[in-house]
Design a protein around this ligand. Structure first.
Ligand SMILES: [Zn+2]
Ligand SMILES: [Zn+2]
Length: 215
């Protein structure tokens, strides 16, 4: 569904799935394809919203609930996969850990076409890529300084924060990342799981809740 002009949210479909976001401009960016089992459904939902092409695929971090459908999605749209430099650094080790932890057959089944550091231009829109380690060492957030939306992955949720007990998780790093990200002027908070949060006041209230219970 459309949540802002050119910004679409596809809600997670079950456990081990994640929210998918699409940013439409001259280039269409899809963030977090989710689980492969739900890809067909997602492609239908997107088509209903008029999202008929995907040029670039990225992930907020390398956990299988977020990246599992990359290869199939890449093939479906003939899209390019872009990873952040921290994600490239941890790619092999994260995929290896995933197969161990989640008991799913995981191997690197997609090619990486681009490395992105801190800015991604899609046309009119420019997204800032912010490295936010903690939940995983290669977690990133996507922030639009013009439209004031933040795609947060598993850093913050409605009334919650990402777990830090998975391999390479780090509670102190998570807290530092949240502190940094909470300073960004945000009108629309788009987390990796659960509901999106709209409006500056509700987003601020959510950070206050998180600071009280998790920091
Ligand atoms: Zn995760
Ligand atoms: Zn997740």
């Amino acid at each position: 569904m459309r949540v802002q002009d050119g910004v679409y949210w596809y809600r997670e479909r079950g456990p081990f799935d994640a929210n998918t976001y699409v940013i439409k401009d001259e280039l269409t960016l899809l963030i977090d394809p989710g689980l492969r089992d739900y890809l067909k459904l997602r492609i239908e939902e997107m088509a209903n919203d008029g999202v008929t092409k995907v040029d670039i695929i990225m992930v907020t971090h390398l956990h299988p609930d977020h990246y599992d459908a990359i290869a199939a999605l890449k093939e479906a749209y003939n899209a390019r996969v872009a990873l952040h430099s921290s994600q490239l650094e941890y790619l092999d080790v994260m995929i290896e850990e995933a197969s161990r932890l989640f008991n799913m057959p995981h191997r690197l089944d997609f090619e990486v076409d681009m490395e992105i550091e801190d800015v991604l231009r899609l046309g009119e829109r420019e997204l800032r890529i912010i490295h936010t380690p903690g939940h995983s060492p290669a977690s990133i957030c996507f922030y639009s300084p013009t439209d004031k939306f933040l795609i947060a992955g598993d850093l913050v949720f409605e009334h919650g924060v990402g777990r830090t007990d998975l391999p390479f998780g780090n509670k102190e790093a998570l807290r530092a990342s949240i502190r940094r990200i909470s300073l960004l002027e945000t009108e629309l908070l788009l987390p990796g799981h659960g509901r999106v949060i709209k409006g500056r006041t509700d987003i601020k209230r959510n950070y206050e809740f998180i600071k009280e219970f998790y920091m």
